[in-house]
Design a protein around this ligand. Structure first.
Ligand code: ADP
Ligand code: MG
Length: 157
């Protein structure tokens, strides 16, 4: 069920999240707006995915993505958050994030400790890196979806 909608292409503005402190954990997640999340297939599985991401008309990077229940809306709405596997010089709130979701890693889980959560995310990142090096996944990095028409997006990253 998780794979039925994949690969899934999506583009939208990066908005402020609900301050889970992802950045403090060293794993910032760029949140999509509620409208973008609403446009997702309603039966897409919650959990952790991997794929490619690009901010504005910048370079395409590996990413891990979480589709989860949004505590801000009492867990009746989903949230979609992308951690790009790249070190950015600055935050990019308000910019357009383009992603392609390619594969599913695991379902959502509760962790007994922060250490357990962080190490699970580190494993997700390693799994994403390995998967995305496979030729069939690498080719989506070059997809025309990431090559926006000149001048459409002002900022560079
Ligand atoms: P919020 O709760 O507002 O989403 P986070 O702690 O999750 O806060 O940080 C997310 C923000 O960090 C993003 O919106 C983006 O502007 C910035 N950011 C910097 N580097 C990255 C990265 N590698 N991946 C995702 N977001 C990043
Ligand atoms: Mg976030």
């Amino acid at each position: 069920a998780a794979m039925r909608h994949l690969p899934y292409f999506c583009r939208g503005e990066v908005v402020k999240g609900f301050g889970r402190g992802s950045k403090e954990l060293g794993i910032p997640t760029a949140n999509f707006s509620e409208q973008v999340v609403e446009s997702f297939p309603s039966d897409i599985s919650t959990g952790i995915y991997y794929g490619w991401a690009c901010v504005g008309n910048g370079d395409v990077h590996k990413m891990v993505l979480s589709i989860g229940w949004n505590p801000f809306y009492k867990n009746i709405k989903k949230s979609v958050e992308t951690h790009i596997i790249h070190t950015f010089k600055e935050d990019f709130y308000g910019e357009i994030l383009s992603i392609v979701i390619i594969g599913y890693i695991r379902p959502e889980k509760n962790f007994d400790s922060l250490e357990a959560l962080i190490s699970a995310i580190q494993e997700d990142i390693e799994e994403a890196k390995r998967q995305l090096d496979l030729p069939e996944h690498l080719k989506l990095k070059e997809d025309n979806f990431f090559h926006l028409p000149e001048g459409k997006i002002a900022n560079n990253h």
